[in-house]
Design a protein around this ligand. Sequence first.
Ligand code: NAD
Ligand code: MG
Length: 368
Amino acid sequence: MSGTLWVSDTRQTGPMKRVALLGATGSIGRQTIEIVEAHPGLELCAAASGSSSLDDIDAPLKQVGGDLTELLERAQPDVVLNAVVGFAGIHATLWALEHGVDLALANKESLVAAGDLALAAQERGGGGILPVDSEHSALYQCLQGTSPDQVASLVLTGSGGPFRGRTRDELTSVAPEEALAHPTWSMGPKITVDSSTLANKGLELIEAHFLFGLPYAQIEVVIQPTSIVHSLVRFRDGAALAHVGYPDMRVPISYALTFPERAPTPVPPLDFTSLTLQFEAPDVETFPMLRLAREAGERGGTAPCVFNAANEVAVAAFLEGRLPFLAIADVVAEALARTEDAHARDLDDLLEADRSARALADERLAVA
Ligand code: NAD
Ligand code: MG
């Protein structure tokens, strides 16, 4: 197609893009391999997991456990797709940004915990961040060709998780299997539990703040139970742009790896005649994690890191049957309340904030 509105894409015919895939055996990792294999311009140059075998993955460099930055040094990738779960992804995120290597970011916990450090590393190194999280990919796409002063607010959507509409009384004794039954997305266990507490939307709120540089007052959250609207941007003229599609992570993964190209994916076109779109406000009384995340984000400094660390400990305990569902938020609230405001000047400060928040959460678990 030609015409002045269409930007021609020079990268399509460019050299092979070499992808280092971290968290290759997980939910995002597997879907990334599918996208890479289907695209002639993409190849895996390295794959890593935490402990699971990489035997069935075809990549020249592979690493199970160990230091991810050593693997990245050897691989010298064009893009790092960070799909590690949790704070463990932090070194890889900072490595990519510091070395001017593009970062396709699924590992939201690293940006939440280390937002200020990550932005400083990006400033020095020049690595670009391409969001893989579906909401942030949606926002990124809606924001193309605009500038921050034209944006009134970002609107993150969420499904509300499997417990949407329930009261606190109805949540006192929910089992891990119930929290793991997500209504619209199939994902790894940690993010699925985070979706059931709304901690995931809380992490995404902080992620959006660092990715797009807007204050928290300009980032809203709305529930859209079928996960068809992936997020919206409201502009100052009263217009709102939404990104819609079936909930399928292959779309944002493909976009992050092939931007500015839009490569074909196997995702079916939306059938608009079968859709009804409902929106509702999130219930922050029943699900306090979203409110706690907003407060931690507003506090800034190491508070988002503390929120994340305490949540990781609490979610692991809930999955092991050692902590009731509603106590996840209590553990996080207490860790935040017992932590003084502090800046993370360097990675050591941040590692210490993470360690002490985990210790506070463990103390709380011992008496729970
Ligand atoms: P998952 O549990 O399915 O997979 C996690 C992967 O990380 C595994 O390959 C595991 O081996 C690896 N890993 C864990 N610790 C590691 C370590 N120390 N070093 C190297 N690798 C390690 O998780 P997931 O659902 O694929 O989620 C991954 C990340 O993507 C999370 O941050 C999550 O919030 C984010 N995300 C996931 C989805 C989704 O649909 N699954 C959507 C949006 C964002
Ligand atoms: Mg998301």
